[in-house]
Design a protein around this ligand. Structure first.
Ligand SMILES: Nc1ncnc2c1ncn2[C@@H]1O[C@H](COP(=O)(O)OP(=O)(O)OP(=O)(O)O)[C@@H](O)[C@H]1O
Ligand SMILES: [Mg+2]
Length: 143
């Protein structure tokens, strides 16, 4: 099952559509609440990062019996130092973004905590690709 979303930079009103659609789909598929929560948190943080830091993105979410595979490919400023961006509390969020309640520098650390796989590739001045995989629990697979 493949879902595709377009995410607009700067538009906080529309932020979170992908994560709420995927939440619905996973519920319908009877995926465990623990897995749903991890996927929703990771996808939401990645969506918000596009809204807060980039111009636009395409998000692809593939659900199969073993995993939820998320790819978010944005056009934006890119990330010059990914290790630093991954640190808790590091943020370059603008005053406008902070006013919306974001910019604690906790999004990427939160994605790392919730994902089984997190890969970030970025080219400064071009954009960023974030790949997230959450594995569906062995308990479900063995049933
Ligand atoms: N898609 C992106 N494009 C460009 N820069 C990004 C992107 N995602 C993250 N960053 C950079 O990495 C930093 C850390 O991201 P992170 O999500 O951890 O924190 P934040 O978005 O600043 O704040 P929070 O997520 O807590 O609201 C950002 O401040 C920004 O500099
Ligand atoms: Mg963030």
């Amino acid at each position: 099952m493949l879902f595709e979303f377009h995410i607009e930079g700067g538009n906080f009103n529309k932020a979170g559509i992908a994560s709420s659609e995927i939440k619905k789909a996973l519920k319908q598929l009877n995926v465990s609440p623990e897995i749903i929560k991890r996927v929703v948190v990771a996808l939401y943080e990645a969506e918000i990062n596009v809204v807060a830091h980039a111009f636009e993105a395409n998000a692809f979410v593939e659900i199969d019996t073993e995993k939820i595979h998320i790819r978010i490919i944005d056009l934006g400023p890119g990330i010059s130092d990914i290790d630093k961006a991954m640190e808790e509390g590091f943020s370059t969020a603008s005053p406008e973004v902070r006013e919306m309640g974001f910019g604690a520098g906790m999004g990427l650390p939160n994605i790392r905590k919730n994902a089984d796989v997190l890969n970030i590739k970025s080219v400064v001045g071009k954009g960023t690709e974030v790949e997230i995989i959450v594995l569906i629990s062995a308990v479900l697979n063995s049933e």
